[in-house]
Design a protein around this ligand. Structure first.
Ligand SMILES: [Zn+2]
Length: 324
């Protein structure tokens, strides 16, 4: 099922309409044989409309299509247009705004906004294997109010803490030659940030940080090195935090330049989106597109998106075996 295409014209040639994209998904998710998403029964009837099936299990008898329970669930937008949105969102280095996507694909801005959030949920790293080796660790601040306070010549501006209302401490861990893991916290609470390191970085790894006091204690079992940026010290041999700094640069240019403003409630999703692109930076766009498709069985309802405020990740519970 490898997709070989380069750019949008070839993607649209491969999927010229909703039906061709649906058939591709039926192969990808079911291997071509319909499968009831409600009771897992593989007996089925075809219904009048293409792509609609009825469960053959007498106790279930539900109607379904291949999109039930996926990010496409309940959407009236043709699947091939969804594919275009996924391709665009995953290949633009700094992301794409819902306004621009709406124009490009002739959708309403609200539809485009919702699609992009579903795509972010889809590409979120759900396995979260621990980082190891040399891991650069740093924190920065991003929030809605940045936009109005941002001065063009001073793009890396950090507003005075904690005077802004909707703020977010964005905490980043970047494994050398590996992945980044980004987590949003309400504030730069040292204990929470250290707990996040324990949750996401293997013990005995090297932590490279700036001179912040946050990392001075409570991290037994890690080797720590640091560079003191305030004294213009940035690189001491292998001791530098350039990877995570570069990630912040890319993300901030995206947030300010493309999205303009992001509320704290949705900030983690944007972090997930930028992490996905960074973590798949070495693979071609078509492979990245397929990679994102491998996780479509993730549903994010409009209700979840709108009503639920953001909650920080659960604090790390130390597992005995791992710390021995
Ligand atoms: Zn069923």
């Amino acid at each position: 099922m490898d997709l070989h295409f380069k750019g949008l014209p070839q993607l649209l040639k491969r999927f010229p309409d909703h039906e061709s994209a649906r058939e591709y998904l039926e192969q990808k998710i079911w291997g071509g044989t319909p499968f009831c998403p409600f009771c897992k029964c593989d007996k089925w009837y075809k219904l009048g409309k293409e792509g609609q099936y009825k469960c053959g299990n007498k106790e279930c008898h539900k109607k379904y299509t291949v999109t039930v329970g996926t990010i496409f669930h309940g959407s009236h937008i043709p699947l091939n247009i969804w594919f275009c949105a996924m391709y665009i969102a995953s290949s633009h280095k700094k992301g794409i705004s819902s306004h621009q996507l709406a124009k490009d694909l002739n959708l309403t801005q609200k539809s485009a906004w919702f699609m992009l959030h579903r795509i972010r949920e889809m590409v979120r790293d759900k396995k979260e294997e621990k980082l190891s080796g040399i891991v650069e660790v740093d924190e920065t601040y991003m929030a809605r109010k940045f936009h109005s306070e941002l001065k063009p010549q001073n793009f890396d501006y950090t507003p005075s803490w904690p005077n802004i209302k909707e703020k977010g401490c964005v905490f980043g861990m970047a494994q050398r030659e590996g992945k980044v893991r980004i987590k949003v916290f309400e504030s730069n609470n040292a204990e929470k940030l250290r707990a996040s390191i324990k949750k996401h970085v293997k013990k005995h790894s090297w932590l490279i940080t700036d001179g912040s006091n946050i990392y001075n204690q409570g991290l037994d079992g890690y080797k720590r090195e640091f560079v003191i940026h305030s004294t213009k010290e940035y690189v001491k041999g292998d001791i530098y935090t350039n990877n995570i700094e570069n990630f912040w640069g890319l993300m901030k240019r995206g947030i300010y330049g493309i999205y303009h403003q992001v509320s704290y409630k949705h900030l983690q999703r944007y972090c997930d989106e930028f992490s996905f692109r960074y973590n798949s930076r070495k693979i071609p766009d078509n492979v990245r597109f397929e990679l994102s498709l491998s996780d479509i069985q993730t549903r994010l309802t409009y209700f979840q998106l709108i009503k639920n405020g953001y909650k920080e990740e659960e604090p790390y519970q130390e597992e005995k075996s791992e710390w021995d």
